[in-house]
Design a protein around this ligand. Sequence first.
Ligand SMILES: [Zn+2]
Ligand SMILES: [Zn+2]
Length: 344
Amino acid sequence: MTQMMKAAILHELGKPLKIERVPVPEPGHGDLLIRVTACGVCHSDLHAASGDWTPPPVLPLIPGHEVAGTVAGIGPGVSGFRLGDKVGVPWMYSSCGQCEFCLAGMETVCKSAEATGYTKPGGFAEYLVAPAAFVGWLPQGSDPYSMAPILCAGVTTYRGLKRTQARPGQWVALVGIGGLGHIAIQYARAMGLRVVAVDVSDEKLDLAKSLGAEMVVNAAMTDPVAEIQTKIGGTHAAVVTAVASRAFEQALLMLRPGGTVAYIGLPGGKSDEIRASISAITNWELTVRGSNVGSRQDLNEAIAFAANGLVRATIRTVALEEINAVLDDMRKGRIVGRVVLKLE
Ligand SMILES: [Zn+2]
Ligand SMILES: [Zn+2]
């Protein structure tokens, strides 16, 4: 008899997810079957469900790419895993492993990459299947609920910070203090950086202060560019996790000469363009870099920070059945920290 599982499924873009019972997937060659314990809800899940990005997700879709769980089945050809091992599945479901990007450790830009909870079924379900080669090891004593957000919010902000090449003692502006931003603050602090947090919510900025931001700016009340340039002469680096294109434009102007901004957030749709001053970029030798989730090595490093207690997501756990309410809160910018679905 086929074993069944509960899953939240998107059948039509822009419509609510439906809680249904579907067959537990079978692990193929090289795959692990994972019993999901916890799955964080990321803003990308909202973009997926809303159909904000091109190409759209593969429907019907089980979203979710911040998966923490245990190995429940091992496909043929897999070595090094045992049943019951704690593991995590990130957005990066797989890459080809053979193109020039994969060979250079830039699997994040592999053109044949697959995405968990977008092109492949994700973790808003009791089980999922994932290629063992891309599954992350979680410390066996770790808390799966607070570890889940590290699988996307953690690795993504960590790589973004790395890609600014900011050094200990330098200033970084973190623009957007949501699910990603509140974790970015902790990575930045652990990497020895000084943090300016920028958001439009005082509640989120209070959280930023409690996590070690030295300076906070409410961009709804104060011009963050003028504030940062006047008070500290600009930042060496900036990382943008916001979803308003204006924030991306402002972040570039927050830099001091020679600074680098890493773009992580994805506004999508009509907001996918920015205006920037060519002379500012040229004269001040500014760098704009994209940063797309993280490689397996980034993931291992990001998990190690969390395992050593340097980074901890602020979470609220809810049942799978509440997913549509969570997405609605997210749409309205009302979530402080991260919401994590509790699957067991
Ligand atoms: Zn994500
Ligand atoms: Zn590749």
